[in-house]
Write a protein that binds this ligand. Structure first.
Ligand SMILES: *[C@@H]1O[C@H](CO)[C@@H](O)[C@H](O)[C@H]1NC(C)=O
Ligand SMILES: *[C@@H]1O[C@H](CO)[C@@H](O)[C@H](O)[C@H]1NC(C)=O
Ligand SMILES: *[C@@H]1O[C@H](CO)[C@@H](O)[C@H](O)[C@H]1NC(C)=O
Ligand SMILES: *[C@@H]1O[C@H](CO)[C@@H](O)[C@H](O)[C@H]1NC(C)=O
Ligand SMILES: *[C@@H]1O[C@H](CO)[C@@H](O)[C@H](O)[C@H]1NC(C)=O
Ligand SMILES: *[C@@H]1O[C@H](CO)[C@@H](O)[C@H](O)[C@H]1NC(C)=O
Length: 657
């Protein structure tokens, strides 16, 4: 798209309301023109008049269309924030469409990221652009005011937080999140790409937008950088109803530590340094942002104290017919497996998105509304190391969960198969450990809720095409964790060997229970042996943890290494991983490191690891006392699990009966 060398700086002068709605945001191409009343013109009118209803009635608030033939052929796309109320979305798209008709009377290629009560995007062109990355032109808009306060702290947090956003936005093409506090303020950041471009292109585009920050808006209280395929905005107050700021405890004295970005190379250090340096040199100007402050106040009081933000149950709901179509009516050819709590099928949506469909065994005893609320919470968890929940379906007595499809099966499929384990060389295994760490860290600490997975194990780690790990089956604990661990006889049996002693004996869960399971998993990854493969081996004490501890104490940790990686391993990394694994399986939860500490230990080799004490583990060979078998009856199981504890320190106590 070749357009004027537009580099507009539109100020948010109308700070009192979203007055800048009236600012011209249409960007009309300047190199191609069509003849009025031509078939292209007619088709453009037709498409732009139907786009609003088409977009707002789609679940994902996205619609692209192509009509006409030959010279009259037009491609058009409309997009709202996922989960936007249909009326709001429709109104916004209509405004954008009308604006384009009016402001771009004979331009062949034009677009608008329109700000109404919400954000929406409309573009049309005579060539297909749905899956093309297009970085020009870039338009920037900034707030009229500069940040006052600790610019150093502001800039640092800004930079780090944007990196963190960039690591997560790709797969979903949309992310709205709130930074840790800076001088008691937070930055509200929204990133969106058009869905047709790849995850990498989305990241590339937004990365470029973030970099533009320093030339346009460094040190200001807010800004927007947009291109034809992606949109980046940050501000000192929430906007577009896209943030759940009220969910955060009002008095947060310590910033939540965000992890450094997993892949530092993804954003150039130069850009960060540049942003940093230029912002530091800014002189702090201007008087109080009283108006904005006032608005924040009124926003806070107006907004109900609920977790009711941009993702609504409606936007996640799939028709049963769609699911049937996607899975070829649950054809056995599409069956991927039989999970503990239902069958899993592969499916393909009409837009060619591959999905995994989990058809739940019925009767979780769960109310429909409760189920929906929970899906909404889980759907908000977005991280590249978590399997994404796309939606659900409740119809005809069916309860179905729709997940993103992850192509490479699960970790156990490779790790424990003598023929396949060599496909996982040390580099891959190390990367997998790192990815699981990041995913768990996000669940424990960086999502808005503290979420305890409670069933970390090799078969719950899925692998994508590049063997990157994605944690599956998290968050739906309230409904399904119990069902999932129910065996055929109706007894509840946990995933033996991954459970920490305090859970087994007292039914206590905390983030440190996940740390224990994670530790067992790390040891399995290094040793290439299933924890359960030790049950019959008396001299090992019947479990991997004891076995590892014995060999560690003999000062011969390298004996533990899976022979399949003998060629490829890095001695320091392997020993560090075994050490971390042992720290994670310490008997007392307080002795186990938090995921954030584990992340540090893995990424910073200069950190000295504590000397471990003997690990905690569980003897299996006491049939009468097998604490994993609670004789539970259906119907009682629900009271067992309380999946989310808001405070990371709190231990969610569960009392099996
Ligand atoms: C296009 O058509 C409208 C009515 O259909 C007419 O009023 C207008 O003059 C036409 N414009 C051109 C440039 O032919
Ligand atoms: C969607 O768009 C097509 C053509 O662009 C139109 O024929 C159809 O009526 C629209 N659907 C709705 C629900 O507006
Ligand atoms: C496009 O329209 C503008 C005004 O409506 C006119 O001045 C210009 O000549 C037109 N350009 C072409 C290439 O038709
Ligand atoms: C788009 O229209 C311009 C003229 O308006 C033409 O030169 C170009 O070839 C067209 N592109 C496509 C893909 O049809
Ligand atoms: C600004 O913040 C930085 C980092 O948080 C801190 O080290 C510094 O002391 C602060 N400066 C002032 C003037 O508060
Ligand atoms: C819509 O965009 C997708 C790419 O995201 C593309 O595969 C599909 O063909 C497009 N639809 C139309 C009608 O062109």
């Amino acid at each position: 798209m070749r357009l004027n060398n537009l580099f507009l700086i539109l100020c948010f002068v109308h700070a009192v309301s979203f007055g800048f709605v009236s600012a011209q945001t249409q960007i009309c191409g300047d190199s191609m023109f069509f003849t009025p009343n031509s078939s292209y013109d007619t088709n453009r009118r037709l498409v732009l008049s139907t786009l609003a209803s088409n977009v707002s009635t789609r679940n994902n608030r996205f619609y692209n269309v192509s009509v006409g033939e030959g010279a009259g052929r037009i491609y058009a796309l409309g997009l709202c924030i996922p989960g936007t109320d249909p009326k709001e979305c429709s109104k916004c798209i209509q405004l954008a469409s009308d604006g384009l008709l009016k402001k771009c009377p004979n331009q062949t290629d034009s677009f608008d990221w329109l700000i109404d009560e919400t954000l929406c995007f409309v573009r049309y062109s005579n060539s297909s652009f749905f899956n093309k990355i297009d970085l020009e032109p870039t338009q920037t808009i900034r707030d009229a005011q500069m940040f006052q306060g600790n610019v150093t702290a502001y800039t640092r947090t800004w930079g780090k937080f944007m990196e963190f956003m960039l690591t997560r936005v790709g797969p979903t093409r949309y992310l709205a999140d709130t930074s840790p506090p800076i001088d008691s303020h937070r930055i509200y950041v929204l990133m969106q790409c058009i869905p047709g471009i790849s995850s990498d292109d989305c990241e590339t585009c937004l990365e470029a937008n973030v970099r533009v920050y320093k030339t346009c808006c460094s040190g200001y209280k807010g800004g927007i950088v947009l291109t034809p395929v992606c949109y980046f905005r940050w501000h000192y107050y929430p906007y577009f109803n896209a943030f759940t700021d009220t969910f955060l405890p009002p008095q947060v004295s310590q910033p939540t530590p965000r992890p450094p970005p997993p892949d530092v190379k993804k954003i150039s250090t130069g850009a960060i340094v540049g942003i940093f340096v230029s912002a530091v040199t800014l002189v702090v100007l201007l008087t109080l942002g009283l108006v904005i402050w006032k608005r924040r106040q009124s926003y806070r009081t107006l907004k109900p104290q609920t977790d009711d933000d941009m993702i609504s149950p409606q936007s996640l709901q799939f028709d049963f017919a769609t699911i049937e179509g996607a899975t070829d009516t649950f054809s056995s050819n599409n069956k991927l497996g039989q999970g503990g709590f239902g069958e899993v099928y592969k499916g393909m949506l009409p837009n060619e998105t591959e999905i995994a469909v989990k058809r739940l065994s019925r009767n979780s005893g769960q109310g429909t509304q409760e189920f929906k609320n929970e899906v909404v919470i889980v759907a908000k968890l977005q991280h590249k190391n978590l399997v994404r929940l796309l939606g659900f379906c409740i119809e005809r007595d069916e309860m179905i969960l729709v997940y993103e499809f992850v192509p490479n099966k699960s970790l156990d499929y490779f790790l424990f198969d003598p023929a396949k384990k060599s496909q996982l060389d040390w580099k891959k295994r190390y990367n997998i450990i790192g990815g699981i760490t990041r995913g768990l860290l996000y669940l424990h600490q960086d999502s808005r809720l503290t979420i305890i997975h409670r069933d970390i194990k090799a078969s719950n780690i899925l692998l994508d095409a590049d063997m990157n790990p994605k944690i599956a089956d998290f968050g739906m604990a309230r409904n399904f964790r119990v069902d999932q661990t129910e065996d055929n006889t109706g007894r509840v049996v946990g995933t033996f060997g991954y459970m920490p002693p305090e859970y087994v004996t007292h039914g206590q869960f905390s983030t440190k229970s996940d740390v224990y399971s994670f530790g067992v998993l790390v040891l399995e990854i290094v040793c290439g042996k299933k924890n359960s493969s030790f049950y019959q081996m008396e001299d090992s004490g019947g479990n991997l943890v004891t076995h590892v501890w014995r060999i560690w104490n003999n000062k011969s940790p390298l004996d533990l290494i899976d022979p399949a990686i003998k060629e490829s391993y890095d001695q320091d990394e392997v020993i560090r991983c075994i050490h971390i694994g042992i720290l994670c399986v310490q008997e007392t939860p307080a002795d186990r490191p938090a995921m954030s500490a584990i992340f540090q230990m893995l990424t910073n080799s200069s950190i000295t690891l504590p000397v471990p004490r003997p690990p905690g583990f569980f003897f299996r060979n006491r049939p009468n006392l097998d604490p994993l078998t609670y004789g539970s009856e259906p119907g009682q199981t629900r009271s067992m699990s309380v999946p989310y504890s808001i405070d990371s320190e709190s231990i969610t106590r569960v009392t099996p009966r």
